[in-house]
Design a protein around this ligand. Structure first.
Ligand SMILES: NC(=O)c1ccc[n+]([C@@H]2O[C@H](COP(=O)([O-])OP(=O)(O)OC[C@H]3O[C@@H](n4cnc5c(N)ncnc54)[C@H](O)[C@@H]3O)[C@@H](O)[C@H]2O)c1
Length: 356
């Protein structure tokens, strides 16, 4: 049975990946420092899959502890989710983001090299695309068709995006010079939850992401949604994003995994060999191709929850773009993947959790 190391596996997206990979017949091993998640997630995963997944509380910066995990298992793959991910926070603490997101990933890659684990799926983000992207509303269709995987990545609009961009550059070189096989998935704004609602996105305090924020207002835990600015050049002045259901998103990871399994593995060059064997890297946008503004999301959530969702317009946040587009056609043609969950179903699954 193939064994997969999942970093950040108790987080929102990582926990859904653990469930999907286990249910598809793989063995997963989770490492997470629980800085943005908790052991409740392990209980939730156990309820869904019927047994407790292997979990190690490890900070990726602690190479010794991480190496203990590499010694214990013969990993075939790594799926790398562990990351600091708040865009606004990255603008306030850019050095912390560069240090944490880049340096700890390098520790991980060193161990992958030492233990001959060359296959990795990386969760990148559409924030790597050069900004500002074309934004006038009338050009939407045209703009979306531009942002294919070979669109320029650079000049990111915040340090979070820069850390993703830099890691993509590093992985590209590792594929060229160290035989790494990489599937790089670029996505934005996952929403929803596993239908069991045993695992979910439930950040403490005021959430960074829109949907948990709206849900917490719907339950009355928070009084008002703060809508960060209503003067963007968009349908109603509020941000427009593409929201993808987390279960669809993880299905894309499984499809990517199948693709990687079917490519011939590189011959790993012995240490010190001058001509390194080439690996492989490919990038995919995992997007729905469906645009939703903040106020449209509020309206959709009102219908699903039956609750009033009060909001106020707050000042624009640094690093936020008005609209972001991507073209998901490559994932459809090569991975045979498409997001199929409706916005209402994603909202309904989230609401099941918040309303319980
Ligand atoms: N949620 C989104 O909107 C979104 C969009 C695009 C890409 N992504 C990427 O997907 C990945 C997962 O995102 P998520 O929403 O599940 O985030 P999350 O915060 O829920 O999960 C990340 C997990 O990583 C863990 N972690 C952080 N630093 C660590 C460290 N040093 N050592 C070990 N564990 C550490 C956290 O405790 C957390 O459980 C991230 O790489 C993120 O950048 C997320």
């Amino acid at each position: 049975m193939k064994t997969i190391l999942i970093t950040g596996g108790t987080g929102y997206i990582g926990s859904h990946a653990v469930v999907a990979f286990e249910q598809a017949g793989y063995k997963t091993v989770i490492v997470d420092n629980l800085s943005n998640s908790s052991l409740k997630t392990i209980d939730g995963i156990e309820k869904i899959i019927g047994y407790r997944p292997d979990f190690f509380e490890v900070d990726l910066r602690d190479k010794t502890k991480l190496e203990d995990v590499f010694r214990k298992y013969d990993f075939d793959w790594v799926v790398h989710f562990a990351w600091l991910k708040a865009v606004w926070e990255s603008c306030e603490k850019p050095l912390e983001y560069f240090d944490n997101n880049i340096v700890w990933s390098i520790r991980l890659f060193e161990l992958m090299k030492d233990y001959w684990v060359r296959n990795i799926i990386f969760s990148s983000s559409a924030t790597v695309y050069t900004s500002p992207q074309p934004s006038p509303l009338k050009e939407r269709e045209q703009a979306q068709s531009w942002i294919k995987e070979d669109f320029v990545t650079w000049n990111t609009s915040n340090p979070y995006g820069t850390t993703k961009f830099l890691l993509e550059v590093i992985l590209t070189d590792l594929s060229k010079f160290a035989g790494f096989n990489v599937i790089n998935l670029r996505y934005f704004n996952p929403i929803g939850a596993h239908e069991s609602w045993y695992i979910w996105e439930d950040p403490d305090g005021i959430p960074n992401n829109l949907l948990p924020y709206i849900m917490k207002v719907a339950t009355g835990e928070l009084k008002k949604l703060r809508v960060f600015w209503d003067d963007y050049d968009t349908v109603d002045g509020t941000w427009v994003r593409d929201y993808i259901d987390v279960v669809d998103l993880i299905d894309g990871h499984l499809k990517a995994y199948e693709l990687l399994e079917n490519i011939p593995l590189s011959n790993f060059p012995p240490e010190g060999e001058r001509i390194a064997t080439k690996g492989f890297i490919d990038n995919f946008n995992l997007w729905v191709g469906r645009w939703v503004s903040v106020l449209e999301m509020v309206e959709a959530a009102k219908k699903v929850t039956g609750k009033d969702i009060t909001y106020e317009i707050a000042p624009r946040r640094e690093g936020d773009l008005g609209e972001v587009y991507c073209n998901p056609s490559k994932a459809k043609s090569i991975l045979d993947w498409e997001a199929t969950t409706s916005l209402e179903d994603s909202l309904r699954n989230s609401w099941k959790f918040y309303n319980k």
